[in-house]
Design a protein around this ligand. Sequence first.
Ligand code: AMP
Ligand code: MG
Length: 402
Amino acid sequence: MTLAEAGARAVSLVAPVAGTQALPLSQADGRVLAQDVFAGLPLPPFANSAVDGYALRFDDLAPGAETRLPVLGRVAAGETAPSEFGRGALRIFTGAPLPPGADTVVMQEDVAREGDAILLPPGLRRGANLRPAGEDVARGARAFEAGRRLRPQDLGLLAALGLERVTLRRRPRVALFSTGDELTEPGGTLPPAAIYDANRPMLRALLARAGAEPVDLGILRDDRDGLAARLKEAARDCDLVITSGGVSVGEEDHVRAALATLGSLDFWQIAIKPGKPVAVGTIADTPFLGLPGNPVAAFVTFAFVARPMIARLAGTACDPLLRLPVRLGFSHRGKPGRREFLRVSVEPGADAVPLARRHPGEGAGSLASLTQSDGLVELAEDPALAEEGSIQPFLPYSALLG
Ligand code: AMP
Ligand code: MG
């Protein structure tokens, strides 16, 4: 199965969660709007000056010559402009309302002040340096569509529209387990032949960044019946159950066996490296995703399979990932028919294209290689040879963490 097929099939297994809540903007970052948002007022709400300067009527200027105008008054941000003024200019500051009749603002740097008058050069433009009402957002316009995942700048716009709260979808609750007899919680002493559970803190953080509410359910031992009982319980309370480890084809890979006793199981061999084995299925009506145990494989499959599932559950679209061009500082021969993700660091190149250097740690278990690189170079199934100096697509980790 190709990675694209796997992502599409994973998404087809889930539907957006029901339930909404009205929350203050301070809790809305990264959350998904449940309703369209329409502008109840225009932005800006009134015509105002974009600079510190002088407001005037363009028709009071002498065409093609200098003009001397008396300064008749002053209006600062937050003050109300006089309702009328005669031939002349008003001192005005950024954000102050444009006085009725004024249609042009001249920057203070462009005039010479002479006592109570200003001297204006020729060549000014009608309508310069002001922001008309509704220029940014018209009254009644749709500012956001339902399903929008809110970013910090979106919160700025919502606040500018006077909104204190927004109606959001509930975050999907995602149960998270690690599996393996070798795993120990960080913090305790490390028994012989054990390793600390690295995947769970990583996946919990990835879940939160993907817009889910992680429900951390600890470590499961390699025992089919114990696994089955805990997975069944988790499926009752959560919208998605995710595990790592135990989905390969070894005798000690019990997640698949446990799933088979609980519901339907689909085992996918995705044609990628790292991250080939992924188990997908349902427990009662709850979707299940079994990620591989090797940390780099878990990270990669989370990015390409779990993330789009969570986006759909959360009621939003997973934007297609934008690959950036980089030049390979190495060559790499892959296996035909298999897509590969290589951990690389990027640096400025000889031309506008950044140069990608491969991290020496290649193993699917190398957490240090993930921490010491900037992102993944994605090498297509064909051709198998990616030559040094060729331009290839690059995914910065930041793109995979949204
Ligand atoms: P498995 O898929 O269970 O055979 O695991 C593959 C490899 O990943 C083994 O070396 C495991 O010890 C390792 N592994 C599995 N789960 C974790 C975890 N939660 N943290 C760190 N390493 C893990
Ligand atoms: Mg295992």
